[in-house]
Design a binder for this molecule. Structure first.
Ligand SMILES: [Zn+2]
Length: 207
């Protein structure tokens, strides 16, 4: 992929997430990494999705220094950098404020794998990172523990983050986390107390 194609892909996925109502207006941020060059292509801060163009994508190095671009990089750039450092196989990071996922993030309650669709993001309960203010260095650190054995985690009182082999795969994980959060929310609302037994889920996972 050329530099411009990477920027186009970041814009395409950011707009797709918006169209799917996983994030709105300026919220959420998206990035891809070129591991060979050690460069991250990330959405800018404060630009609404409809105004986003490939020229507005910011290129930063792994220390967060701006290499290319005139706008400010996303305020969550350090969280993306941390995600790439703790997940060496990741090539894309997506962060949204998907509604049902964020309900659980705000409640500080992990999302159980209540349906087969949870397999599409690894099948583990989606853990909640400890609270830290959006945009802070502490927030970047909070994702380390819950993402140790998972590609997704909830950010307390805030939203959800996923890594993927590319940015589209990271977004797909967020789509399925949201789907399972939607199901789990409604099951809880209906008074359900028991959920899919782990052995059935593990059999599907390995089957
Ligand atoms: Zn956010």
């Amino acid at each position: 992929m050329t530099k411009f194609e990477i920027k186009q892909e970041v814009v395409k996925i950011a707009k797709k997430a918006d169209e799917m109502e996983l994030c709105r207006h300026k919220s959420g941020n998206f990035s891809m990494i070129d591991r060979k060059e050690g460069l991250i292509y990330i959405t800018p801060s404060g630009i609404s999705r409809e105004d986003l163009t490939p020229e507005k994508i910011i290129v930063v190095d792994l220390d967060g220094n701006i290499v290319e671009g005139t706008l400010h990089p996303s305020i969550e750039t350090s969280m993306h950098i941390t995600a790439y450092k703790i997940k060496p196989e990741a090539r894309g990071v997506a962060h949204t404020h998907s509604r049902y996922s964020t309900i659980f993030a705000c409640m500080g309650k992990e999302i159980l794998p209540v349906s087969a669709e949870a397999i599409l993001y690894g099948g583990k309960p989606v853990k909640v990172a400890e609270f830290a203010p959006p945009g802070s260095k502490e927030l970047a650190r909070t994702i380390i523990e819950p993402m140790k054995d998972s590609d997704v985690c909830l950010l307390k009182y805030h939203g959800v983050i996923a890594v993927g082999e590319d940015l589209e795969k990271a977004l797909i994980k967020l789509i399925y986390v949201e789907e399972v959060a939607f199901l789990y929310y409604h099951m809880l609302t209906l008074g359900q107390k028991e959920f899919m037994p782990l052995e059935i889920f593990n059999a599907m996972l390995n089957g």
